[in-house]
Design a protein around this ligand. Sequence first.
Ligand code: AMP
Length: 281
Amino acid sequence: MEIISEIRRMKAVSRELKRENKTIGFVPTMGYLHEGHLSLVREAKRQAEVVVVSIFVNPIQFGPQEDFNRYPRDFKRDQSLLEEERVDYLFYPDVNEMYPRGYKTYVEVRDLQDRLCGKSRPGHFRGVSTVVLKLFNIIQPDVVFFGWKDAQQFLILKKMVDDLNLDTSIVALPIVRDDDGLALSSRNSYLNAEERKAALVLNSSLKEAVKMVESGERRADVIISRVKAMIENEPLARIDYVEIVELENLLSVKRIKGKALIALAVFVGKARLIDNIIVEV
Ligand code: AMP
């Protein structure tokens, strides 16, 4: 596995791979890798001839009060995990390489970026769209793999790819969970043992919502109230939002019909955790 930290070198590699007609699969990450990331890498290995993974903790997607500085990092461990997966290239630029002095250009996916997590993290998705478009331009991937854990992120990036006519297809893969149901996240490392237990309420309340839908409940407000009550019952958890939205536009639904996304964000200790599930009636 070649580790590349210069954009110029990464571009030269992509250009050469294109010339050889090799398909490039790409997995963007912020590192501190877990099985969720590795599930994306394995699918990339299945679908593409050459796999590039990036590790870049993108400062412009963090708010001023957020965890950019203490975001967990362990490059050596990540490197060996990716070597085990037989990844071909690890793109690992530093902040100055991606945003040199005087950097000015940003990408916005209007409306979608302002809903759900966008409400409590203003500017977050603008940072995500911008870095992902830069990475696409540098790596020129044929197919890119994202996790459904960040459902809003995926829907925004899909819109960006369509709207800007990018020559890349993007794929979302299922949420990988621990045995007890907690969605894997690099931010789970912020949790102590007690908080880790409390964090199970994200998944268990979503499961309760699914049960309600399965037993015939269609009223979004009734389901949301029940989910919120379960989370509020957990002293270490604090709700950011619980919403039931349409998949296309992320706007709230009154009654569930067809497919809907139940999404939530909850603070537990120092961690802001997200989870979601699709229901279909
Ligand atoms: P991150 O390093 O958190 O930016 O995540 C990089 C990619 O891994 C994103 O596409 C995430 O959606 C995906 N990912 C993170 N956690 C999980 C998970 N538990 N299951 C599946 N994909 C995940």
